[in-house]
Design a protein around this ligand. Structure first.
Ligand code: SF4
Length: 274
């Protein structure tokens, strides 16, 4: 077990409006946090619905804005060659149909729990590429990105759980962040001990990537807040299968995080085929 200790830093702001605990070291994903309590006590649990709604709206918006741009620029584009505007219209229409059909297939896989598309066209590829679009659209509707990120992770895990993949305990890696509460950490260590799986505290995404590069696991169970999870999945899910477990942040980001230990055990057992 490798354990990295968080260092103590001075408070970032002494104004009465912004209260950041002295032993809290924010991950860069939370740079803009103003010290206010997180919505819903830092629990962003939700279903995958927000991901689907916002991604669908985003794909329609991208297609519509592209059509308007081509329409406005058509006279200029036609000076290059006559048929180019029509080709662009067809290209955009094809993109809209294919992307929405793809989202429909992801939706069917999510609802049925069946692996309909190959991993590269689903959770370990295209799905992750759409998450940024989804939370950007969510923000247009006033939805904080953590809700959309959580929805995306729910969809991601559902698709990943539909795959048949078993590894031995020494091929599995548990990656946890430095912000877990004592109770959560004890729970994780207990699971690691009982299933004889290596667990690492990764203080930064960079370190997590290094651990994966050096240990070369065949599967990973990763724990992180929604934002860090999406970044981490972008970085590593293409290289190694990952199941992602998000946390609750009752005391704000990067401190005293809680997690669903039962779900973590379920993920570990899934990869170990138990
Ligand atoms: S995983 Fe924990 S330490 Fe890392 S950014 Fe999220 S809340 Fe902060």
């Amino acid at each position: 077990m490798h354990v990295s200790m968080a260092s103590t830093v001075p408070p970032r702001d002494t104004s009465p409006l912004i209260k950041i605990e002295t032993d809290r070291r924010l991950g860069h994903e939370w740079d803009e946090w103003d010290g206010a309590p997180l919505p819903n006590g830092g629990d962003f649990s939700t279903t995958g619905t927000r991901y689907f709604v916002f991604t669908a709206i985003g794909l329609v918006l991208v297609s519509a804005l592209s059509l308007v741009a081509v329409f406005l620029l058509a006279p200029r584009i036609a000076t290059i060659t006559d048929w180019l505007p029509a080709a662009l219209y067809w290209g955009i229409a094809t993109f809209a149909v294919l992307s929405l059909s793809w989202l429909g297939l992801i939706g069917a896989a999510y609802l049925t729990g069946r692996a309909i598309l190959p991993e590269r066209l689903a959770e370990r590829g295209l799905l992750l590429k759409t998450v940024y679009l989804a939370w950007r659209v969510g923000e247009l509707f006033g939805v904080q990105r953590d809700w959309t990120d959580h929805a995306a992770v729910v969809v991601y895990d559902r698709l990943a759980l539909a795959r048949t993949r078993t590894v031995s305990s020494n091929e599995l890696l548990i990656l946890i962040p430095r912000c877990l509460s004592r109770t959560a950490l004890d729970g994780v260590l207990d699971i690691a001990r009982r299933y004889d799986v290596a667990a690492f505290v990764a203080t930064r995404g960079q370190l997590a990537r290094r651990v994966i590069r050096e240990r070369r696991p065949r599967a990973v169970v990763a724990v992180a807040c929604e934002r860090d999870m999406i970044t981490g999945l972008h970085d590593v899910a293409g290289r190694v299968p990952v199941l992602g477990l998000t946390m609750q942040l009752p005391n704000g980001p990067c401190k005293d995080a809680a997690l669903d230990i039962g779900k973590m055990e379920e993920f570990v057992k899934k990869y170990l085929g138990k």
